[in-house]
Design a protein around this ligand. Structure first.
Ligand SMILES: *Cc1c(COP(=O)(O)O)cnc(C)c1O
Length: 357
């Protein structure tokens, strides 16, 4: 009997999802977003599986250098750019493309002598209010960038949508219009779309799309559905049943006794908990699957264990319980927990054993 929780990563599904991006945005190049350890799937595993992409986007220089040290020769883009001169030098040395997000980064670029020029992406903040230059400054920043020997020309022009999970949201049109105004007359490739816009806003595809979550088979859309969008689940998270207890009607289950048994019933104990990334906030009723049968967790999630309802289920010790994956959509689990699939996937913990199929 295996005690450990395990995550299987379906590489064929990952490639299928990349192909979906290609079908949806046939005229765009693809920066596959693999930050946060490939959304919890293993950054290098994902990078090695996605030979058909045009490049990889990560969040920071450390992630980019990890890929370079692991012999990934594709274009790599650091979405947060660089934090200091050291990182900027590394980026030039290892050929990492950089998003220039703010005045400090621009100033650093202007005051340095680099061993080789870098490819930069000029980010315009059209409403996220996180990273990027205000639209009214974009033209001036562009002029400063294109004056530099340290920079390959022209820069790519990018922005990020705050409400891409809701294609009808008026914010999308506003951001698009502001981006259009900001870059009016500036030469350079353009990039707007993360997964939501890849799926639902084709006029945002432009030259480079930046899909993340859809590669992993989860829908970014609020009302999305992985089968309608023809996305295939990549991660399946399972853990074995390590105990079965008989509880009586009225008994509480787990810490705080938050689940009260409505009748005499068998309770299964599964070897996974919040230390493995199964969310502690998952309430009673969150779906799981065992032996092809759907059931639910009951009581609070513990650090190393979770309890499930085994009424009307034929199960024995060692049987595997699917927490999310091919049978139990991670999006459905996320809805129960009150979060998004992104958080669940990238939270899968260090004790979990990974395999590939
Ligand atoms: C994370 C990220 C993406 C990918 O977003 P998804 O919703 O996962 O597709 C794209 N662009 C930027 C700037 C990001 O930070």
């Amino acid at each position: 009997m295996k005690r450990a929780a395990r995550a299987n990563i379906n590489l064929a599904a990952l490639r299928h999802n990349l192909n979906r991006v290609k079908q949806l945005a046939p005229n765009s190049k693809i920066m596959a977003v693999i930050k946060a350890d490939g959304y919890g799937h293993g950054m290098l595993r994902v990078a090695n599986a996605l030979a058909d992409t045009d490049g990889f986007a990560v969040s920071c220089i450390d992630e980019a250098l990890y890929l370079r040290e692991s012999a990934i020769t594709y274009p790599i883009l650091s979405l947060q750019g660089y934090k200091n001169e050291r990182e900027l030098r590394y980026a030039a040395e290892y050929g990492v493309q950089l998003v220039v997000n703010n005045e400090q980064q621009l100033h650093l670029l202007e005051s340095i002598d680099l061993p080789a020029p870098v490819d930069v992406w000029l980010k315009v903040d059209t409403g996220m209010h996180r990273l990027g230059f205000m639209p009214e400054h974009a033209g001036r920043v562009y002029q400063r960038l294109t004056r530099l020997n340290a920079v390959n020309k022209p820069p790519t022009l990018m922005t990020h949508l705050a409400c891409a999970d809701d294609p009808q949201h008026p914010m999308n049109a506003r951001q698009l219009a502001d981006f259009g105004d900001a870059i009016n007359g500036l030469a350079g490739k353009q990039s707007i779309a993360s997964s939501g816009a890849v799926l639902a806003l084709p006029h945002c595809h432009r030259d480079w799309v930046r899909p993340g979550i859809m590669l992993y088979g989860s829908t970014p859309l609020q009302d999305g559905d992985r089968s309608r969008d023809d996305l295939k689940t990549v991660m399946t998270l399972k853990a074995p049943l390590i105990s079965i207890t008989q509880a009586r009607r009225g008994d509480g289950v787990g810490y705080g006794g938050t689940f009260e048994c409505p009748e005499d019933m068998p309770v299964g104990v599964v070897a996974i908990g919040y230390a493995d990334g199964y969310p502690r906030h998952a309430p009673s009723g969150t779906p799981v699957m065992i032996n092809g049968r759907g059931t639910q967790i009951i009581g609070r999630v513990s650090m190393d264990m979770v309890t499930i309802d085994l009424r009307n289920i034929d199960a024995k010790l060692g049987d595997e319980v699917e927490l999310w994956g091919e049978a139990v959509p991670v999006d459905e689990v996320a809805r129960h927990v009150g979060t998004i699939s992104y958080e669940l996937l990238c939270g899968v913990g260090g004790r979990v054993h990974f395999s590939e199929s």
